[in-house]
Design a protein around this ligand. Structure first.
Ligand code: ZN
Length: 253
């Protein structure tokens, strides 16, 4: 404001000098010229000052703009850091979710394993038989029969209990009624790994694997291996089981 007042004053002096020059004589003309020069110098200086001031202001503006750019850059960097942190958190959350999903899958797999211990549904095929045994020494049935029209017979034994086969193993062994106990007794020395059966014994018509809790085993055999006029039984050859776990196997029709 002070500078502007100075400027107005200078222009007033200049205007006065010009008016003198316009209406004065030669003497006053010299004086007016001198005054005009002086006023012109003052104006020039004033303009120079104004330019300096503008330059300083521009520098200041540039500095301010530079500071603002720095601040903006800092803000962007901070925002990026925050975004990265947020992304890290999201990744952690995603991993946690994945762990939960994996646990759920494990649970589902466990449920499926448990479901696998249930005997297969009866498919209506009379040549396909299902039998179960649990943590006690007993079959689910002591009578099985198939029609003579079957070419092959499949028997599936499912252990619906929880005990391991070394403690409460079960199998399903088909033999002539007169051979069954002897075959089972002969298998005692074979142990769990040998399915408690004498290897290669031709008296064994059919036999599943020894199974423990949650496991099942199937065996398929040709019905032509059974002779008419002979009684057949199935037993579990696990030591001590065959006297109790025994059923009759008949061919009908
Ligand atoms: Zn058994």
């Amino acid at each position: 404001m002070k500078r502007m007042n100075q400027s107005l004053k200078n222009w007033t002096v200049l205007a006065f000098a010009l008016s003198l020059a316009a209406c004065g004589g030669s003497e006053s003309t010299d004086t007016a010229e001198s005054t005009i020069e002086s006023a012109a110098d003052t104006v020039t200086e004033t303009v120079d000052d104004a330019v300096d001031t503008a330059t300083e202001a521009a520098d200041g503006a540039v500095d301010a703009a530079s500071d603002m750019m720095d601040d903006a850059a800092d803000a962007v960097a901070d925002a990026v850091d925050e975004t990265v942190d947020a992304a890290d958190d999201a990744m952690d959350a995603a991993h946690s979710t994945m762990d939960s999903a994996a646990d759920a899958v494990d649970d589902a797999a466990g449920a499926l394993a448990g479901a696998a211990a249930a005997p297969p549904a009866d498919d209506g095929d009379p040549c396909t038989l299902n039998i179960t045994a649990g943590d006690n020494i007993a079959y689910s049935t002591n009578e099985l029969s198939v029609p003579s029209s079957c070419t092959n017979v499949t028997v599936t034994l499912t252990h619906t209990g929880n005990l391991p086969k070394i403690a409460m193993g079960h199998n399903w062994v088909l033999a002539a009624a007169g051979d069954a106990d002897a075959v089972a007794a002969a298998g005692t020395g074979a142990g769990v790994d040998g399915n408690y059966l004498p290897a290669g014994d031709e008296r064994i018509i059919a036999a599943t694997e020894l199974v423990g809790g949650g496991e099942s085993s199937s065996v398929t055999f040709a019905l032509s291996k059974l002779k008419s006029g002979t009684d057949y039984v199935y037993v579990c050859s696990f030591p001590g089981h065959w006297t109790i776990m025994k059923g009759t196997f008949t061919v009908t029709g």
